[in-house]
Design a protein around this ligand. Structure first.
Ligand code: SAM
Ligand code: SF4
Ligand code: F3S
Length: 459
């Protein structure tokens, strides 16, 4: 069988899709472009309207593409699949499997069954009480490349029910994965050659605090992962401010392997809006956490998520968001226009903010953040840092902005903070995964240009 996987949404979905691809490859399936596939798996997101619309238009294109190719079909999985369920079958006859977020583990068997029984349709939409154990496929099986940066899911679902958010409705209650299982997967990635690990969950700070947990706290898990041989950088996402424990803050001081960057979603700078959102922290508490983190690790940088135009948000309250963004000095931020999502509490909160006002506020926030990012990047010019090359760069310019001289190729690397650093290097060797010391020469809006100092080295 030939398959193709298309993924929308967050890292959790990327992690699920990666597991699925590896499992199918280990079973002897072949990964091919969508136009040649017997089955196309679409892993969906429903956090906002836009990713939902993208899925519908993709399914339409796949229907056209599959016409005249009998036996080919589509499997729709992930958060929108959980939300819409078997209704997909009525709208899209080429969809033969709909699977929810807790069913990923049984998808390889379901696909094999559908391939053998061409009249069958299956929907796997039940939530389970525990983190459904998944077989760990051979990471290098089927000739697969082991990435230098690997993602390890440590929990499923979310219990927070923030007023605007569909995630708990489509991913179910929080279920932590047993620490021994997490550690075993981390060891396997490191043993296979990965050097960077990112621990994933909707709210990693409450890892272990649920019926499925084995009593290990998130801080304990961090300390145990940090000890694993072969690990050069450890990251985690996402972190809810209300649950960040003092021990996790201390880990930033005590664990050098922990990357000096944290994504800490703020959502709004107004106490009234934060209360309406059900976030369970206020502006002062958020700033207190930031101060404690910076005391633990002075070079720490922060990024955040912000929702613009939550129902009833006034101009003054939006101004409070601008002022916290400035006060914290985020190095980058993700902004989202508020969307009503089916079944969430904020649908009933009125009045809504008009699209025009939301868009204007978003642009204002964007301009503020661009200025902050520019300032932070400009301050790095002249400094030296270590990067890991992640791939060929799209920028074909040297540090002075001139076209590259013959014999030079441009590579993109990431520093410990996750910033993109472009470097012109001589030769055309594959540097993916190699480390280098570089000197930052120039700062651009979203990237840095550097020159390499000395030779590269590997893990
Ligand atoms: N669990 C994470 C957290 O607590 O921040 C991330 C949740 S969600 C996958 C990613 C981001 O989408 C959220 O941080 C929020 O800013 C945004 N988001 C969620 N629901 C939204 C909605 N209804 N409208 C606009 N943005 C939304
Ligand atoms: Fe959504 Fe809130 Fe859970 Fe994050 S913590 S996934 S924003 S409900
Ligand atoms: Fe989207 Fe589901 Fe992630 S709704 S953002 S794919 S948890």
């Amino acid at each position: 069988m030939r398959f193709h996987v298309i993924t929308f949404g967050c890292q959790m979905n990327v992690g699920d899709s990666d597991w699925l691809s590896r499992s199918l490859l280990a079973l002897g399936w072949e990964r091919v472009p969508a136009a040649e596939a017997d089955v196309v798996v679409v892993n969906t997101c429903s956090v906002r309207k836009k990713p939902e619309e993208k899925v519908y238009s993709l399914l339409g294109r796949l229907r056209d593409m599959m016409q005249g190719r009998p036996g080919t079909f589509v499997a729709v999985g992930g958060c929108l699949a959980q939300q819409v369920g078997a209704d997909f079958f009525g709208r899209f006859p080429h969809v033969r499997l709909v699977f929810g977020t807790d069913a990923t583990a049984s998808v390889p068997q379901a696909l094999a069954r559908l391939a053998a029984e061409p009249r069958l349709r299956l929907s796997l939409l039940d939530f389970s009480e525990e983190y459904a154990p998944r077989e760990r496929p051979d990471l290098a099986g089927g000739g697969q490349v082991v990435p230098d940066q690997a993602f390890v899911t440590i929990m499923q679902g979310c219990d927070n029910f923030c007023a605007y958010c569909i995630v708990p409705h489509v991913r179910g209650r929080q279920k932590s994965r047993a620490a021994a299982d997490v550690l075993a997967e981390c060891r396997e990635w490191l043993g296979a050659g990965a050097s960077e690990l990112t621990l994933l969950g909707q709210n990693v700070n409450s890892y272990g605090q649920d019926a499925a947990g084995d009593g290990t706290s998130f801080a304990e898990l961090l300390y145990r992962v940090a000890e694993l041989p072969g690990l050069r950088r450890l990251r985690f996402t996402t972190s809810h401010p209300k649950d960040i424990a003092p021990e996790v803050i201390r880990a930033f001081a005590e664990l050098p392997v922990l990357a000096p960057h944290l994504h800490l979603p703020l959502q709004s700078g107004s106490d009234r809006i934060l209360a309406l959102m059900g976030r369970k922290y206020d502006r002062a508490r958020y700033l207190e956490i930031v101060a404690a983190l910076r005391e633990a690790r002075p070079e720490l940088t922060l990024s955040t998520d912000l929702i613009v135009g939550f129902p009833t948000e006034t101009e003054e309250e939006f101004g409070e968001t601008l002022s916290v963004v400035e006060e914290v000095g985020f190095e980058s931020s993700f902004f989202f226009l508020y969307n009503d999502r089916p079944g969430v509490r904020s649908v009933k909160i009125e009045p809504k903010v008009s699209e025009a006002v939301k868009t204007r506020r978003l642009l204002e926030l964007q301009a503020l953040q661009d200025g902050l990012t520019e300032k932070a990047y400009a301050a790095l010019v002249g400094t030296e840092t270590e990067i890991m090359y992640v791939g060929r760069s799209r920028v074909d310019r040297d540090a002075e902005g001139s076209a590259l001289a013959e014999g030079l190729t441009s590579w993109a690397g990431r520093d410990a903070w996750g910033r993109v650093v472009n470097v012109a290097v001589s030769g055309d060797a594959d540097l993916t995964g190699a480390f280098a010391r570089v000197k930052i020469e120039k700062a651009k809006k979203h990237s840095l240009t550097a020159t390499q100092l000395g030779a590269t080295w590997s893990k």
